[in-house]
Write a protein that binds this ligand. Structure first.
Ligand code: AMP
Ligand code: TRP
Length: 333
């Protein structure tokens, strides 16, 4: 069985960037690739690489599980689970840490950015975060890993570690490929469109959360930063604001940039923004409704239990094989 693996950190509310860059793609792939089984998880072990409020974290874990389901992940196609409930992730992380180099981790741009943002100490866990992530992927022999643009370097590292171990021990790991959405792989801040839309941004106007009211969604889009040219044209360098709105619109409607430019050839920014807001509200409304129904149904725990069980089955086998390859423990008959 071929597999597809991805995860999201349970940190803060899910915003439109994370949705368009990852979850929406998971749902599309789940329907488009019926021969693959999906392992999609809540990366709670990643979340504690920086200091968090424990109760807030616990709440966000459950919220993210319900969001995954509300967005359309189907538990029959997807093993949906919490990373920390599958112990093999921790075992794999150590194993891979012994095969990753300090120098290559020091080059990770996300580590450098996050380390700079820490007010007190930088944890060792933040440094080794990309290795934990490599383990998440390699444990399940993922063929593809759907992620946003910002995870490109982490995927390259994952591939490098897999190739290194295959060379050292003989073929034991599948070398995975990233899958980026065609449009929406990097949704930018609505207030500073040269920066990524980010959960950690303290400016509430910079982003839209999946569970925001329709009125808020409209307000954020209508007040998004644009430029003074007044032409709906894709030009990331010179028109980052409009290009970002085009990315949001394109991701939701599945229209290419050229088609959007043609459709809004004679439109002013107000008209275009209104169309973006309508499209986004239309996309998110059913998710919000399903979210409420899923939380009320009380089914989430059962689905997570089942998902963890399925994930454990595969991951434990993989760990046993790898331990053996590396020479850990006793040789069994
Ligand atoms: P995170 O929320 O940082 O755990 O990211 C979860 C997934 O969403 C990863 O695949 C990211 O690459 C993707 N992602 C996060 N923010 C954005 C964004 N602004 N635009 C596109 N994808 C994003
Ligand atoms: N590091 C990813 C992020 O912040 C989340 C993540 C953790 C992940 N493990 C993963 C994504 C494995 C894909 C596969 O966005």
């Amino acid at each position: 069985m071929k597999t597809i693996v991805s995860g999201i950190q349970p940190t803060g509310s899910i915003n439109v960037g994370t949705y368009l860059g990852s979850i929406r793609n998971f749902v599309a792939l789940q329907d488009a690739m019926p021969e693959h089984h999906f392992y999609i998880f809540i990366a709670d072990m990643h979340a504690i690489t920086v200091q968090r409020d424990r109760l807030e974290l616990r709440k966000t874990i459950k919220e993210l599980a319900a969001i995954y389901l509300a967005c359309g992940l189907n538990p029959e196609r997807v093993s949906l689970f919490i990373q920390s409930e599958v112990i093999a992730h921790a075992q794999m992380a150590h194993l891979l840490e012994c095969h990753a180099y300090i120098g290559e981790l020091e080059r990770m741009t996300q580590f450098k950015e996050k380390a700079r943002a820490q007010e007190s100490g930088v944890s060792v866990g933040l440094f080794t975060y990309p290795v934990l992530m490599a383990g998440d992927i390699l444990l399940y022999d993922a063929e593809y890993v759907p992620v946003g643009d910002d995870q490109k370097q982490h995927l390259e590292l994952t591939r490098d570690i897999a190739i290194r171990m295959n060379n050292r021990y003989g073929e034991c790991l599948r070398v995975p490929k990233p899958l980026f959405p065609k449009i929406g792989a990097r949704i930018m801040s609505l207030t500073e469109p040269t920066k990524k839309m980010s959960k950690s941004d303290t400016n509430v106007k910079s982003k839209i959360h999946l569970l925001d009211d329709d009125a808020i969604i409209r307000k954020r889009i209508m007040s998004a930063v644009t430029d003074s040219e007044g032409v709906v044209r894709f030009d990331k360098d010179n028109k980052p604001g409009i290009s970002n709105l085009m990315a949001i619109y394109g991701a939701v409607t599945n229209l290419e940039y050229e088609a959007i430019e043609n459709a809004f050839k004679d439109a002013d920014y107000q008209t275009f923004k209104k169309a973006v807001a309508d499209a986004l509200v239309g996309e998110i409304a059913p998710i919000k409704a399903r979210y409420k129904a899923i939380v009320e149904s009380g089914q989430v725990d059962e689905i997570l239990d089942e998902g963890a069980e399925q994930a454990r089955r595969l991951a434990q086998k993989k760990i046993a094989k790898l331990y053996h390859k590396v020479g850990l423990g006793r040789k069994r008959k």
